[in-house]
Design a protein around this ligand. Structure first.
Ligand code: HEM
Length: 151
């Protein structure tokens, strides 16, 4: 028995599924490309992160407040973590945006789901960026590690 599969785009698409009617830009193509490029960048960032945190030196046993303070004292790790935060959030958000577009059929449902998604994304990116650049190791318990001024 053989199955007959129609050639791509040979069928007329019901207008109710055509959600890009008003689009005059190539945003979706750029978003598609961004997923591939950010995916490759994330492999480097995530495996570099896991390697330095879990395998180098005492590995996972060395992770504590002082370890984080030590890493964020270096501009290299500040920028590394910043890039990881931004790329993972924008990649993940764009992926979920695609899933919402694919599965939520009503205009209003898509509007609200994407609205919530963008607000949560913006909140996490802004909060994470602030934490990376305003982190003060002596704020609470850093004094126990001896790298904070007395008093
Ligand atoms: C090793 C790092 C990663 C690589 C190489 C990678 C690669 C990719 C690629 C190529 C796609 C597009 C798939 C398609 O269009 O069919 C994708 C989709 C997606 N990615 Fe990633 N990704 C990585 C990390 C992440 C992370 C950290 C998150 C979450 C924050 C994430 C969330 C998603 C989501 C939600 C989708 C959409 C899934 C879908 O369309 O069905 N990915 N990823």
């Amino acid at each position: 028995m053989t199955a007959q599969i129609d050639a791509p785009r040979s069928q007329r698409i019901d207008p109710k599924y055509n959600r890009s009617r008003k689009s005059r830009t190539n945003f979706e193509m750029i978003a598609w490309l961004f997923m591939r490029i950010s995916g490759v960048i994330l492999i480097v960032l995530i495996f570099g992160h896991l390697f330095t945190n879990l395998l180098v030196g005492d590995g996972v046993h060395a992770i504590d407040w002082g370890f984080v303070a030590g890493k964020w004292a270096s501009p290299l790790w500040q920028i590394w973590d910043l890039a990881m935060l931004w790329f993972a959030m924008l990649h993940g958000t764009n992926g979920v945006r695609t899933i919402i577009n694919d599965y939520a059929e009503k205009d209003r449902t898509r509007f609200w789901l994407k609205g919530i998604l963008y607000i949560v994304t913006a909140f996490i990116i802004i909060l994470g960026t602030l934490v990376i650049f305003t982190f003060d190791p002596c704020m609470v318990t850093g004094k126990e590690y001896g790298f904070c001024p007395a008093g």
